[in-house]
Ligand binder design. Structure first.
Ligand SMILES: [Zn+2]
Length: 347
């Protein structure tokens, strides 16, 4: 997790391109979800040197890009470029919060569609600004392009691109040791597993187009990590799967709290996740709480940060009691712990 995250304000004037209204981007496809507790779908192992641009480098690059890419007709465009802030550092395996400031545009867009590394980013209104959370999944690092399509009341729209550098993350590795019931599920549960995977994929691919939070995220339990997000599970020297959640210590019966305001999207039993709760926070952001001994909420319930939603347990695919805290953005599994570094606009 970041300890030094801070709000970077970068007024970006790069790649402002007029588009005809006909060139409206299609709806964002529901990306493949990875909602099972520990999906066995190996992602290429990612190792990277910790050579990342500093904030100052990034800002300098954006300013330079603005100078060099602004076309001769830019002054004729009816809007000025949009001001952009990251509300977290662009980092592999983490959500990236994107804030767009209306004021520099001259006239406010009525809608924004974003794409980062070819994945859709849904924007909503938050405290008078546009706000979106992009997924930066494992395997995405280095230079990436963020594309923003701004639409206006008169049905014109504009596309703006921003290049950013995603800092690579080095993920831990461990030897796989799970109950054989789970590593080789019996034939009669394969259909259940398949159905649940489809169900969760649909659930997490459903985007509520408004941001439901009004305060920063809070940890569902004290941050005492027993297994980090992204950990490679090796079996006989081969990458079998990656840990899709952040495991937090807890004895059976210990309280599990909602990490942020939202609506309970699912509360029930899943083969791998055990007794599980998914909370929808809007804009494609869901948190999950797995392996509970008791569930204390029901689908449709509104929750506030700190509300008790369940108790720690050892249900589903586990070797002992703990909380598997899960985060999905646009159907991509990300490090739930990095939610605590997200700085939301405060005005
Ligand atoms: Zn876990």
């Amino acid at each position: 997790m970041l300890n030094d995250s801070r709000l970077l304000v970068l007024v970006v004037v790069a790649g402002l391109v007029a588009c005809t209204p006909a060139r409206v981007a299609g709806p964002n496809p529901a990306p493949p979800a990875d909602g099972a507790a520990d999906a066995v779908s190996p992602t290429p192992d990612v190792t990277a040197d910790d050579t990342t641009a500093t904030d100052e480098d990034l800002e300098a690059r954006l300013v330079e890009m603005a100078r060099t890419t602004r076309g001769p007709d830019a002054s004729l465009l009816p809007i000025k470029p949009v001001g952009i802030s990251w509300s977290s550092e662009p980092r592999e395996g983490s959500p990236l919060g994107i804030v767009l400031h209306d004021r520099p545009t001259g006239r406010a867009p009525v809608g924004i569609e974003g794409r980062l590394a070819d994945r859709g980013v849904t924007f909503g209104r938050l405290r008078g600004q546009w706000f979106g959370i992009a997924a930066v999944p494992i395997g995405t690092s280095g230079p990436q392009v963020l594309t923003l399509r701004l639409s206006f009341e008169d049905e014109s729209d504009y596309e703006q691109t921003v290049e950013l550098d995603v800092r690579p993350t080095r993920f831990a590795s461990t030897n796989l040791r799970v109950d054989s019931r789970f590593s080789s599920p019996p034939a009669d549960v394969l259909e259940r597993i398949r159905e649940e995977r489809e169900f969760v994929r649909g659930l997490l691919g459903t985007v509520t187009p408004e941001w439901l939070l009004d305060a920063p995220f809070e940890p569902p339990r004290p941050i005492d990590v027993t297994s980090p997000f992204g950990q490679a599970r090796m079996f006989n020297g081969e990458l079998r799967s990656r840990h899709t959640g952040l495991d937090l210590r807890g004895r059976p019966g210990a309280p599990v709290k909602a990490a942020g305001r939202g609506r309970v999207a699912f509360a029930g039993n899943l083969y791998f996740a055990g007794n599980a709760v998914y909370v929808d926070h809007g804009l494609g952001v869901y948190t999950g709480y797995f392996h509970l001994s008791r569930i204390l909420v029901a689908a449709g319930d509104e929750v506030l940060p700190g509300d008790l939603i369940g108790e720690v347990g050892a249900t589903g695919r586990v070797t002992g009691a703990h909380l598997h805290w899960y985060l999905s953005v646009g159907g991509q599994s990300l490090d739930a712990g990095s939610l605590l570094d997200l700085k939301l606009p405060d005005r």
